[in-house]
Design a protein around this ligand. Structure first.
Ligand code: ZN
Length: 501
């Protein structure tokens, strides 16, 4: 006998709550591994993750799930808007995951757990040979993955689509061309101007005080600490399990407080997005961010457009003077603003200035493309990396810790993720232009109350979760198609003023 639609929906709710529970447990284990778990626990954790990911895989791809989703897909016109979207997203995942052989999927998750632990150690010790075999396996798996998921596409396009639906090398090549053409000359002109003296920022800033600064920063950008905590990791990240449990992390450097400062504001932007997901999406698969690039558009908006603005610096200075009276003695607002906005190419992507940031992303994009095409072997990755750093940033890479081993993405299995950082930065600038039509952004930031900005982003992006495809969501928010020149114009205006071009 045919089941009633209500019964099917009830089964769907049970399925989704199970999926979310396993996702939550796996996420917390990952967070625990990156923060406070003892190093010797990696192997046991691997066993636990193997069990959990097997169940997750079954839930996503099992026969019952397939039958249920097919039945709901057949009646999708009867479903409300949210459920319809949820079912079609799950169906898409179901069809995708079904294409990955189960044993390979589980083995890969175990490999990633190990790879992450090895990478942490390899990065600290600048030991590329230790990580290389893992990278080889990760690249090999991703090649197979691309062929399973979309054999009709070029392998790297298949991977890009995982993080940003519909994104292709063709789009990215055009996007990076605009950035290259407009930013490279600007970077050169800035370089000719020389840098202000920022010695004050490279004294010792005790970590205990920096932790207090992080607490202040989180509340300054409007994060409710009841639902968001902060931990310490080698590489900062954000993880959200629901709108009531979001975790950010940071990494403190004794002689560089701006590093953690801006990474807290960056991860804080990710957290705000997760925390403001619509109430009606809670307990569904649609809560949280729409895509990686939309997520990065929010984090980089907070880090750069808000965090590095005159208004934010105005409110930040008294706090820094309170926490670090000796180090900040005699430092003016202008000195701090200049220090926060130095445009000088460096080796580390997460610490790069706004101007050269996209070049870091571009070089990773080009290397990933070559790895996936097969024109670059993993063994040659460090030398290829170093050559591109020299070409785009004019710098010599002294060790792999500050080169090819610096990011956690590859050890986490993410190939095709990086471009979303550059795309997100560009999205943010276009959203700012739209926001300014109705919100006095500078006045809100200077007042220390970001409510009008948070409300605008909540209405247009945050509360919508994954209800729409990223491109569509962006166009709704910006009320226009994506145009990267908003970003290059924003950078030109800002840095021309700072460097007196
Ligand atoms: Zn981010």
């Amino acid at each position: 006998m045919e089941q009633k639609t209500e019964e099917l929906i009830e089964q769907l709710r049970t399925l989704v709550s199970k999926m979310r529970a396993y996702g939550h447990a796996q996420g917390v284990l990952y967070y625990d591994a990156a923060t406070i778990a003892p190093p010797g626990g990696a192997e046991d954790r691997g066993k636990t993750l193997a069990v959990l990911s097997e169940v997750s895989y079954e839930l996503q791809t099992g026969e019952e799930t397939g039958k249920l989703l097919a039945a709901l897909m057949a009646r999708r016109e009867e479903l409300d808007f949210i459920t319809r979207r949820e079912v079609s997203e799950l169906w898409r995942d179901y069809e995708r995951t079904k294409k990955i052989p189960k044993e390979e999927y589980i083995a890969y998750n175990v490999l990633l757990n190990e790879a992450d632990a090895v990478w942490h150690k390899a990065k600290v010790e600048s030991d590329w040979p230790a990580f290389r075999p893992y990278m080889e396996k990760i690249v090999a798996f991703n090649k197979k993955l691309a062929a399973w998921l979309a054999p009709e596409k070029k392998p790297y396009d298949a991977l890009l689509d995982q993080y940003e639906r519909g994104l292709t090398m063709e789009t990215l090549d055009a996007f990076f061309d605009v950035l290259k053409e407009r930013l490279v000359p600007l970077i050169r002109r800035v370089a000719e101007k020389g840098q202000p003296d920022c010695a004050f920022i490279h004294q010792e800033f005790p970590i205990e005080q920096q932790r207090k600064l992080s607490d202040w920063l989180m509340s300054a950008i409007g994060i409710d600490r009841e639902y968001c905590s902060i931990g310490e990791t080698e590489h900062p990240f954000t993880d959200g399990y629901s709108k009531h449990d979001v975790r950010i992390t940071t990494h403190y450097h004794l002689d560089d407080p701006l590093s953690s400062l801006f990474s807290v504001v960056h991860e804080g932007g990710h957290a705000l997005y997760e925390l403001h997901s619509g109430d009606e999406l809670e307990d569904t698969m649609l809560s949280g961010g729409a895509s990686m690039s939309i997520h990065e558009s929010q984090s980089r908006f907070f880090e750069n457009i808000i965090g590095r603005s005159r208004g934010f610096i105005h409110n930040l200075l008294p706090k820094l003077q309170e926490l670090f009276p000796q180090q900040m003695e005699g430092v003016t607002e202008d000195m701090l603003y200049r220090a926060a906005n130095i445009a000088e190419p460096g080796l580390i992507r997460t610490e790069a200035d706004e101007l050269s940031y996209c070049l870091h992303v571009m070089l990773r994009y080009e290397l990933e493309k070559q790895l996936m095409e097969g024109s670059l072997a993993v063994a040659d990755l460090p030398s290829a990396w170093n050559a591109k750093v020299k070409e785009y940033l004019g710098l010599d890479v002294p060790d792999d810790r500050r080169g090819v081993l610096q990011d956690s993405h590859w050890s986490g299995g993410s190939i095709g993720y990086f471009p979303s950082y550059a795309l997100g930065s560009a999205y943010g600038a276009q959203l700012l232009a739209k926001m300014k039509e109705t919100v006095d952004v500078d006045a809100a930031v200077a007042s220390g109350d970001l409510t009008p900005i948070l409300d605008w982003l909540t209405e247009r992006i945050w509360k919508k979760g994954s209800l729409y495809d990223p491109q569509e969501l962006f166009e709704q928010a910006a009320e226009a198609p994506f145009d990267p020149t908003y970003y290059t114009d924003y950078l030109k205006e800002k840095y021309s003023a700072i460097y007196g071009l």
